[in-house]
Structure formats: C-alpha cells, structure tokens
Design a protein around this ligand. Structure first.
Ligand code: RIB
Length: 309
C-alpha cells in the first residue's frame, strides 16, 4: 500500500543565477541585469518539487561544511524534507552551479560539484532504512555513478519503484538500466544515450524503446512529452506559457511524476500532472524558487481548464 513517500538520492547545489540579454560568446564579457543566489541541484530540486506537491520526502546527499550547506539544511527542513540522510563533508565546499538565463528563458549551467562527489555506497548502506520506508526512489547523475548503482540495487532489494533521470548524461551500465522502472530524460540526453538524432523522433523512440528499462518518458520542452514502452509511444501535448526561465523545469517534472506515482497513480496520469507542474515552473525565475505547491497547481489546472472551455 503506497503512502506517498519519495526518497531522493542526489545532488544539492547553491545556484548563482545571472540574467542576461544574450549568452556571451567565448572570450566576451557582457553586463547582466540581475543576480540571485538560489537553492538548486537536480536532486534537491526534485525533492522540493515532490514535497511541495504533498509527498513525504527524504533525501540522501552531501553538503560541504560552509554557509551554503548550513543555509540549505535549514531551507530543506522548512520544506518538510527529512535531511537525516544528508551528510556534511568537512573542509569541502557545497556544490555550486553558475547559471546564465537569457531573455528567451533559456539557460546555460556549469556545476562545480563540491561535496556531491563524496556521496558513496557507504552512505547508501547507512540509510538503507530510508529505502525500506519509501514508495519511490528518485536518482540523477550529479553524484558518483557508484552511489547511483548501489542505490538502484538497494531500492530493488526492498522492492521499490525506481525513477532515474540520467542528467548530466554519461555512459550507463546496461545491468543498471535493467532495474530502472522509469527512465525520464530530455532530448539532448536521449540523443547522447542512443546515438539517434532528436530531429528523427521515430528513430529516437525506437532506440529508447529497445533499452532494457521498464518505461521511458521523454520530455520535449515546448512540445510536451512522450511515453515510450513495450506497448508503443504515447505523445502528450505541452501547455503553452510565457517562459521566463526553464531552469529546473525537468526537475519539477520528475518530482511531480514521482509524487504521483508514490500516491499510486498510473504513469499516464503522472505524466499529465508533471507537464502542468513543469509549465508553471518555467513562468518564474530560478529552480526551487519557481516550484509550485499542490494548491498553486490546482488553481493553474482550474484556470487552464476554464481557458479551454
Ligand atoms: O536542473 C537544474 C539544476 O541543474 C540547477 O538547479 C543546477 O544546480 C544544476 O544542478
């Protein structure tokens, strides 16, 4: 019986965000028009997204022993996220992401991983109880692959559903993919994983469908999403909004999807819900700062429904 609980094993970053008119070219210095320090990291974003949408969330990861790590622990606790599984690594900085957002809402991100690279299989073993207690385990790739592999194995030992977001992409062991229930990735990651160009959707979908994981969800930005499994391909349309910043949109999708699966929803309805949450997220600046609550999402659904009548 599902109780709506999600365990996120992943990264925590402090995002240093500057808004610019256009991205700088190599060797160019440009003047931006805003700077903000915001909480981010794919793992933490997905955890906060799920928590704001009503899931009971715990997280395993690493902070550095600095002000960023202290601030983030306090903020995550305010989001009602269980932080007992987050270790502070001494004499190391917390992960940091340098983010530029242009006038179209597109971004460019460089992550200095800091403490995130210290997450190890021993951390996973130490918190095996969190795996046992949850319904859905969510993973990405801003932490060492060894920790991800060990998390997948631990999740499967307890019979849990695994949602995996291979971002940033790197070569993946086939044996690990076999244990992934839901692989959620964007077109760039799908191209890297399969070698098929995003411009050839049918080929990309065929290659994704041949992967040994259970079910693939391909996020397509302004074109919605596609769900790909043995039964075929289902396309889901996007919701048109004016994008201010696309940072964290994929993370909001994954957190929302996991929160619905954890409540016992079918994948199809979880994808539809995740598309709405991602649409709201891109209308505001920042990753976690832009993530909607369950109430905001409900209001958006009502307004969007009214617009269509
Ligand atoms: O997916 C967006 C996230 O990627 C940012 O919050 C940044 O920290 C990087 O991890």
């Amino acid at each position: 019986m599902n109780n709506g609980s999600v365990l996120v094993v992943g990264s925590l970053n402090m995002d240093l965000v500057a808004q610019v008119r256009d991205m700088p070219r190599i060797g160019e210095t440009i003047i931006g028009h805003s700077f903000d320090r915001m909480m981010g990291g794919k793992g933490a974003n997905q955890a906060v997204a799920a928590a704001r949408l009503g899931a009971k969330v715990s997280m395993i990861g690493c902070f550095g022993s600095d002000e960023f790590g202290d601030d983030m622990r306090t903020i995550l606790a305010k989001e009602r996220i269980e932080t007992e599984g987050i270790r502070t690594v001494e004499n190391v900085s917390t992960g940091t992401a340098m983010i530029l957002v242009d006038r179209h809402g597109d971004n460019s991100i460089v992550v200095a991983p800091g403490a995130n690279v210290h997450l190890s299989p021993a951390d996973i073993d130490m918190h095996a109880g969190l795996f046992e207690a949850c319904d859905v385990v969510v993973l990405q790739l801003e932490i060492p692959l060894e920790a991800v592999r060990h998390s997948v194995a631990t999740a499967k030992r307890f019979g849990k559903t695994v949602v995996f977001n291979p971002a940033p992409m790197q070569p993946l062991p086939e044996a690990m993919l076999e244990h992934i229930d839901y692989l959620i990735l964007n077109e760039v990651e799908a191209e890297e994983l399969t070698g098929a160009p995003a411009s050839d959707f049918d080929l990309l979908a065929a290659r994704l469908s041949a992967l040994p994981c259970g079910h693939v969800v391909l996020t397509l930005g302004g074109d919605g999403a596609a769900s790909i499994c043995g039964n075929g391909v289902v396309r889901y349309p996007a919701i048109k909004v004016d994008a201010v910043d696309t940072t964290g949109a994929g993370d909001s999708f994954i957190g929302a999807f996991a929160s619905r699966l954890a409540r016992g929803d079918y994948a199809e309805s979880a994808v539809r819900y995740a598309i709405k949450v991602a649409a709201i997220t891109v209308t505001k600046l920042g990753a976690q700062a832009a993530l909607p609550t369950e109430e905001e999402t409900m209001k958006f659904e009502q307004g969007w429904g009214a617009e269509r009548r």
